[in-house]
Design a binder for this molecule. Structure first.
Ligand SMILES: NC(=O)c1ccc[n+]([C@@H]2O[C@H](COP(=O)([O-])OP(=O)(O)OC[C@H]3O[C@@H](n4cnc5c(N)ncnc54)[C@H](OP(=O)(O)O)[C@@H]3O)[C@@H](O)[C@H]2O)c1
Length: 296
């Protein structure tokens, strides 16, 4: 049987979606881009990896979109709803089309959007996008990724596994999403408030606050039927802080560059979900108050 040829449509491209799109282009896949504003016919970007620079070019998505389209939507959490609305409004869109959805934090989707063919993706790759004449995506840290798929599906995901390795397919990635949420809810606000690199959080003076943040978050996760071990989560926070010791967190970078942060979809989401379930999150609330006092 001839394998189905898919057409990959990516938004942006941003840092994460640009990494994925580059891998798809390298593998000879058909790729197009839905930019936010650009009216050009083609989009070019450069991928910088170690000392290597490679240039890529993809056409802007033509309408109506092909029937065999698969979407890559990797956007900031506060853009998720508008991004999904954007693609569902494209001529030719069909709600059975697979959408790979990658973002930090958690977003409550309106019913119509939650019924789309969504495949959450968690990634630990590190990439930064800059736009200085040309879009430049710098792949700063190799990581791995997990994609939520249904049991019976192997296509188009084997293609994505080749283009964006290593990619693990799992039927439920809720635990991974919550673990990532907890890690981000510790590292991002603390480093943004105290304007420090991630490695600073390894110091003893932070540990009792970090343990409280983790314990509260684990209790909230349990109300969502996600059972995580608090000691393991604390170890994971420290592991990420150690592995990225010299890095500025994405939230600190956003603050420094006066960009909107994902605090509402991280700490804000955790507090709100705790409130709805009757779980107190005073340490997160204190952190949010401090954050808002500085950056509101
Ligand atoms: N970068 C990383 O290393 C990394 C790692 C793990 C997780 N994450 C998470 O993954 C998510 C994406 O991060 P990122 O770093 O890839 O962000 P990014 O570089 O800002 O990329 C997002 C891209 O999507 C575009 N976009 C947003 N809404 C759109 C729309 N409606 N139509 C067309 N384009 C649209 C943005 O355009 P504009 O430029 O016009 O806004 C931007 O090009 C975030 O939640 C982030 O926290 C990132």
């Amino acid at each position: 049987m001839t394998p189905i040829k898919y057409h990959w449509i990516t938004l942006g491209p941003g840092a994460v979606s640009g990494l994925i799109a580059s891998g798809l282009c390298d593998n000879g896949e058909s790729v197009s881009v839905v930019p936010r504003h650009d009216r050009a016919e083609t989009i070019e970007w450069q991928l910088v990896r170690a000392q290597e620079k490679n240039n890529y070019k993809a056409s802007v998505t033509q309408l109506p979109i092909p029937k065999n389209s698969v979407f890559i939507v990797a956007v900031k959490a506060f853009d998720v709803i508008s991004a999904l609305q954007h693609i569902t409004a494209l001529e030719g869109f069909d709600k059975s089309m697979p959408i790979v959805l990658s973002h930090n934090g958690m977003v409550e989707l309106p019913k119509a959007l939650s019924q789309l063919n969504l495949h959450p993706l968690v990634t630990t790759h590190g990439a930064v996008k800059s736009t200085n004449g040309i879009i430049c995506i710098e792949h700063r840290g190799n990581g791995r990724s997990w994609l939520e798929v249904r049991q019976e599906e192997s296509e188009p995901w084997s293609t994505l596994q080749q283009a964006f390795p290593p990619l693990v397919l799992e039927q439920n990635i809720s635990q991974r999403r919550w673990l990532k949420l907890i890690i981000n809810c510790v590292i991002n606000p603390l480093t943004a408030i105290y304007k420090c690199e991630n490695g600073k959080l390894l110091e003893d003076k932070w540990q009792s606050q970090i343990i409280s943040l983790v314990n509260e978050a684990v209790a909230v996760a349990e109300t969502q039927n996600v059972i995580l071990d608090a000691n393991m989560c604390h170890r994971e926070v420290l592991k990420v802080a150690k592995e990225t010791a010299l890095n500025s967190s994405s939230m600190l970078q956003d603050i420094k560059q006066q960009r909107r942060t994902e605090i509402d979809q991280l700490t804000g989401y955790l507090i709100k979900t705790g409130e709805s379930a009757g779980i107190a999150t005073p340490t997160h609330q204190q952190l949010l108050n401090e954050f808002q006092k500085r950056y509101a």
